[in-house]
Design a binder for this molecule. Sequence first.
Ligand code: ADP
Ligand code: MG
Ligand code: MG
Length: 501
Amino acid sequence: KGMAVLSRLESAMDSWISAQECESSSTTMTEWASFSKAQLDALRLLAIDWALAHGLVVRPTADKQPFSHNASVTHAPFALFPSPFPKAAFDLAVQLQPVYNELIHTMSQDAGFLAEIMESLTLVDDFMSSLYSIYKQVQEEGPAQTISLGLHRCDYLLHVPLGSTSTPIPQQVEFNTIASSFGALSSITGDLHRYLFKMEGLEGFDRLPKNETIKALAGGIAQAHQVYGSKNAIVTVIVQPNERNVFDQRWLEYTLLESHGIRSVRKTLLEVSQRATLGNDRTLFIDNHEISVIYFRAGYGPGDYPSSKEWNARLLMEQSKAIKCPTVAYQLVGAKKVQQVLAMPGALERFVDPKTAELCRTTFAGLYSLDTTPEGQAAYKMALENPDGFVMKPQREGGGNNVYGQDIVSILSTLSERERSAYILMDLIRTPPQRNIMVREGELIEGEVISELGVYGIYLSDGKTVYANKTGGHLLRTKAQESKEGGVAAGFAVIDSPLLL
Ligand code: ADP
Ligand code: MG
Ligand code: MG
């Protein structure tokens, strides 16, 4: 089955390439290139109004907020046109998602594996070390809840090796196990593109895939709530105090209420530290409400834990009977170090059958440890000799943390041999650029862009019974080719949707 998928992938990629090379075979891609400035201005107006009317919005930065109580919004940054994306690569990523859901869960249940991963990291990364302490403490006490909920997202870029004209293949950038964002706004961006296609009579409407992320993600939380099984309990969403991407989260909260009758409350980690208590059976109460599911949209980085209060809140929640999305174990497994270890020969076979392992590996870019082993030393030399061929990554999330090019050389020169273990090295993925127009704070930015596909996964299991294992829609983020990082919230990318070719 794996090989069949691969050959289908190759042939479909070939047709994508020829469509790119031969303009006439794909009117959709060039149709808008001939639009006049007046036509683009008119389209911008349509798009911005539609976005504002349909909740494709974010809060403006504090300096641009004209009203009190955060009373105004701006459109989320979006691509004016959907970006062409090869259907075969899209289908492969969608097919792989349940495999990743299962893999992430299996790794999270393997205390020995986590210990191996954390052995070197705890010495050099205080944040990972604090998380791991919580994991170990709760393992020793005995967890009050065996069920965990995963709302993951695997991210891919298309890759063509330097100097080659071969078929681009999807390569995995990373997998996210905590606070994977933009599911809701991604779904709405797909609807925006459908609207613009209808209004303009553009070709290719049927190549804009359905994207029901809101339903899928809220459905995952609802299912966890039902399995928890307490009628009066509510869900809590853990948020950052100054979140701008509020509406992406609100859409899930509204859907929980409207489609499932489940109430939810938003709390910061600090508020949890002030208002949460554990009952005798470790039931979690916040403001005297029993909590069924904790959905983390914060807590993924050191900045979310300015004091011991936030860490205490995280520990209390992990100790509780509430279902965590994610558990600390899921968060640890989402570390870039784990991705690198999985790329070592034979490593995947520890968790999945050989055929599945082979299929997963078709999407792996080269990944290398920078630790004190002979392999780590070799990768260190390789990075110094050819820094433009790599990305160096710390164990961080949320964008803006990676090191590229000459900065790799400068940072490496400041690190001791042991401190290098906090990073991994990854081959640079080289994505062929396309043209599109990005819309940010009302401005049109036309140029060469590259797109990163994310696929959401929903997994609910108690370790024995798997209640849910499915794909939950997708996200396409598009950034200027020159920009190395890709985060939307970090200000690098816009939300897009794929036009499947
Ligand atoms: P984060 O968890 O902060 O999102 P990522 O690993 O996704 O970290 O890296 C952030 C961004 O950097 C990605 O969205 C992508 O644009 C870029 N990037 C990451 N890895 C690579 C790579 N191997 N090649 C090219 N670009 C990369
Ligand atoms: Mg990430
Ligand atoms: Mg990322």
